[in-house]
Design a protein around this ligand. Structure first.
Ligand code: 5GP
Ligand code: MN
Length: 341
């Protein structure tokens, strides 16, 4: 975005009465962190905005400032629909395709108001008058940090926004492990300077696990982890019954797939969770030039980043495992092509 566009957007924002900030289904730390961060920053500029996401976020994000203000579309369809219909400025954060916001997608498309896309996923399909997009960045939260300074130059971010954005940056990099660039650490430092609460972020997100979640992790690794040295695939498949046995709550399996990826010789790790009757969610992770987003899109109507993608399968977890195994030769073929080109 040019400086001229930022000035124009500043004028639009100042005149807006209903600002909506939308992020994706199954919102993660970056989706909620970037959205609440932007909201808190706009609030300091005397601008009110409403964060709306398709469904609820994991409990470990509840500590984020103003997290209670977030509207879940599935829980308050009528009010959220009205709000989006009457919005005069819409921010679209942390996703690249309207499929990821389900019914909200049509509402956004039908509202002709100015839209701002801030995202770090490859090949954004979403059309917006203002687009702040980069793939080589840790997170949408980091982009919101840069964006805020350009939108209102010289303004202070505020500690609330800083904590939200820091949480997004930390979760999307897996605690500074991946999606990491020189600038990531510089941004993290600036967020701390602006008042981000590092201790709260670490404690609430990584060290506040329920007893059941910790036992589910042990069970998943000891009983359910399957590894195929021939293809370099490791996966954990959890049925609805198993999730129920450990009183599964949204977010409880966060990070499991990365532990499977951390095994020597593993090229791709997959976590399959049977969330409700007839729907299995898949999380894919890989290292380096081995890419999983194209595979997730082709076989599991999903997508994401090269080394971290997600998708879904209509069927039981066992059927999803069969589909995964059938499609592995294609995954290997896709990556041979990637490596050659
Ligand atoms: P996770 O496995 O943690 O749910 O998601 C990993 C990455 O893949 C995230 O960056 C997320 O944005 C993306 N992702 C997850 N699920 C989907 C999906 O169903 N569709 C698309 N396009 N991306 C997804
Ligand atoms: Mn993100």
């Amino acid at each position: 975005m040019t400086q001229e566009q930022f000035s124009k957007l500043q004028e639009i924002a100042k005149g807006a009465k209903n600002i909506a900030i939308i992020s994706h289904k199954n919102p993660d730390g970056d989706a909620i962190g970037s959205s609440l961060g932007l909201r808190a920053f706009l609030f300091r500029q005397q601008l009110q905005a409403r964060v709306i996401v398709p469904d609820s976020f994991p409990g470990f994000l509840r500590f984020l400032p103003e997290s209670k203000s977030v509207w879940f579309f599935d829980k308050m369809k009528e009010a959220a629909t009205q709000y989006i219909k009457s919005a005069d400025l819409i921010f679209i954060l942390d996703f690249n395709t309207l499929k990821r916001i389900e019914e909200i997608g049509a509402l956004i498309e039908n509202n002709p108001c100015p839209k701002v896309l801030i995202d770090h996923h490859p090949d954004p399909e979403v059309k917006a008058q203002f687009t702040y997009h980069r793939v080589t960045v840790s997170s949408t939260s980091e982009l919101v940090f840069e964006f805020a300074q350009k939108l209102f130059p010289g303004s202070h971010l505020g500690a609330k926004a800083a904590t939200c954005l820091y949480a997004g940056l930390v979760t999307d990099t897996g605690c500074f492990k991946h999606n990491l660039h020189e600038r990531t650490h510089i941004t993290a430092g600036k967020l701390l300077q602006a008042g981000a609460d590092h201790e709260a972020v670490m404690l609430e997100i990584f060290d506040s696990n329920s007893f059941n979640r910790t036992r589910l992790l042990g069970y998943s690794l000891y009983e359910k982890l399957i590894m195929d040295p021939a293809t370099g695939l490791a996966y954990i498949a959890l049925s609805q019954e198993e999730l129920k046995r450990f009183d599964y709550k949204k977010g409880d399996t966060e990070g499991f797939v990365n532990l499977a990826l951390g095994i020597d010789g593993v090229k791709m790790a997959v976590l399959l969770t049977e969330l409700n009757d007839g729907l299995t969610k898949l999380s894919f992770r890989s290292h380096g030039s081995f890419e999983v987003n194209g595979f997730a899109a082709k076989f599991f109507s999903g997508g994401g980043h090269k080394n971290a993608a997600g998708g879904a399968f209509e069927g039981t977890v066992d059927q999803a495992v069969d589909r995964l195994k059938e499609s592995i030769p294609e995954l290997i073929k896709m990556n041979l092509q990637n490596l050659r080109s």
